[in-house]
Design a protein around this ligand. Structure first.
Ligand SMILES: *[C@@H]1O[C@H](CO)[C@@H](O)[C@H](O)[C@H]1NC(C)=O
Ligand SMILES: *[C@@H]1O[C@H](CO)[C@@H](O)[C@H](O)[C@H]1NC(C)=O
Ligand SMILES: *[C@@H]1O[C@H](CO)[C@@H](O)[C@H](O)[C@H]1NC(C)=O
Ligand SMILES: *[C@@H]1O[C@H](CO)[C@@H](O)[C@H](O)[C@H]1NC(C)=O
Ligand SMILES: *[C@@H]1O[C@H](CO)[C@@H](O)[C@H](O)[C@H]1NC(C)=O
Ligand SMILES: *[C@@H]1O[C@H](CO)[C@@H](O)[C@H](O)[C@H]1NC(C)=O
Length: 304
């Protein structure tokens, strides 16, 4: 664990997002956590946010893949050569890196848990992970329900569980939806059909967030979807797709943009439903698209 004692940041955070200049639109006065002094993080998502869940569930870490090793000096199951955005957020708060909920070896949930699993979808069947957002939500519910019972055993058990108050004080992060769209693109659906499925997917997303808020969660940090039309997997599968000036497949990015617009509007509605919550929509798309502009001739990672 990197034992950095970085100063706690104030929204908008981003100082430690070395490469990405993330544009966070904060449309809500922050009533939940004035100082961004979060003692814990609960993370939901897919490979962009996975800290070992998929690897723990299905296969041992391969020494050949990066899996985080340039920073951690070992494979940790991350889909990155080093740290992921979630790791930088944790370090900025001065809390340990998050253990994957699904990992049964050496995990410590005292400052939160990571329910994210590579390949997961919000609701679309056909992703490569069975741990959809609904399942991640039930894992969260189980941790919340069970943690106090485990803590009550005292000793080492108590040091492995979050304090009860952390569930309302924590930052809840989300990075999901990418696999719902790619599962659609890779099936025989037309772009219009994938596009038309978006409002339903977003509805399910915000409904889950609302349900999590019923457990006392107040601070939400929600990534939109990156420019999938710039991914090498899309570009090689759909070679005839029209390209934009950055060499990205235009129509695919338009579908992503529709998702992001839909999400932004749905979150604006959600702010009215749960006025005491601070809901931050994070524009990952713009940050990653600007990377595609500078790295246009490089093979962009699948986890763009
Ligand atoms: C990885 O190894 C380097 C070089 O030995 C060391 O400086 C660094 O602290 C190690 N990183 C971790 C996370 O242990
Ligand atoms: C958690 O507790 C609530 C309230 O007691 C209950 O309704 C729910 O079914 C429990 N969920 C799990 C996953 O244990
Ligand atoms: C779990 O992590 C917390 C915070 O870093 C630490 O204080 C505690 O000792 C850890 N528990 C174990 C059993 O290592
Ligand atoms: C797509 O359609 C082709 C030809 O109709 C069929 O062979 C293939 O199984 C379909 N693929 C999917 C993912 O539905
Ligand atoms: C949210 O909770 C409601 C009421 O318990 C339930 O009917 C609904 O299915 C849940 N939605 C999601 C997406 O989990
Ligand atoms: C997606 O659907 C919306 C709403 O019907 C429409 O405005 C938009 O042009 C569509 N985008 C694509 C790429 O089909």
């Amino acid at each position: 664990m990197g034992s950095l004692s970085l100063t706690k940041f104030q929204i908008p955070l981003v100082s430690s997002f070395v490469l990405l200049s993330i544009v966070a639109t904060i449309l809500n006065p922050v009533t939940a956590a004035k100082q961004c002094d979060f003692p814990a993080i609960f993370s939901f998502g897919a490979s962009n946010a996975d800290t070992g869940g998929l690897a723990a569930s299905f296969y041992p870490y391969s020494p050949k893949k990066p899996y985080g090793e340039t920073y951690f000096n070992r494979s940790t199951g991350r889909y990155s050569d080093g740290r992921i955005i979630l790791d930088f957020i944790a370090q900025s708060f001065g809390i340990p890196f998050l253990s994957a909920y699904l990992d049964s070896l050496g995990t410590n949930f005292s400052h939160g848990a990571n329910f994210a699993v590579g390949g997961s979808t919000i609701k679309t069947a056909g992703g490569s992970s069975p741990f959809s957002l609904g399942i991640q939500y039930s894992h969260f519910e189980r941790l919340k329900n069970t943690s106090q019972f485990i803590s009550s055993k005292g000793g080492v058990f108590a040091t492995l569980m979050p304090k009860q108050e952390y569930f309302s004080e924590a930052l809840y992060t989300f990075d999901m939806g990418q696999n719902d769209l790619t599962a659609g693109f890779m099936s025989n659906k037309t772009l219009q059909q994938v596009n038309a499925s978006i409002p339903d997917i977003v509805q399910s997303f915000t409904s889950t967030i609302k349900n999590i808020s019923n457990f006392g969660a107040k601070s939400f940090w929600i990534h939109n979807i990156g420019p999938l039309g710039c991914l090498s997997s899309i570009l090689t599968n759909f070679r005839s797709a029209e390209r934009d000036n950055n060499g990205c497949a235009k129509a695919y990015n338009e579908v992503v943009q529709f998702f992001n617009q839909n999400l932004k509007e749905a979150l604006a509605k959600l702010r009215k439903d749960i006025p005491l919550a601070a809901i931050t929509y994070v524009d990952i798309y713009s940050a990653k698209y600007s990377l595609s502009a500078t790295q246009r001739n490089m093979d962009l990672s699948f986890h763009m």
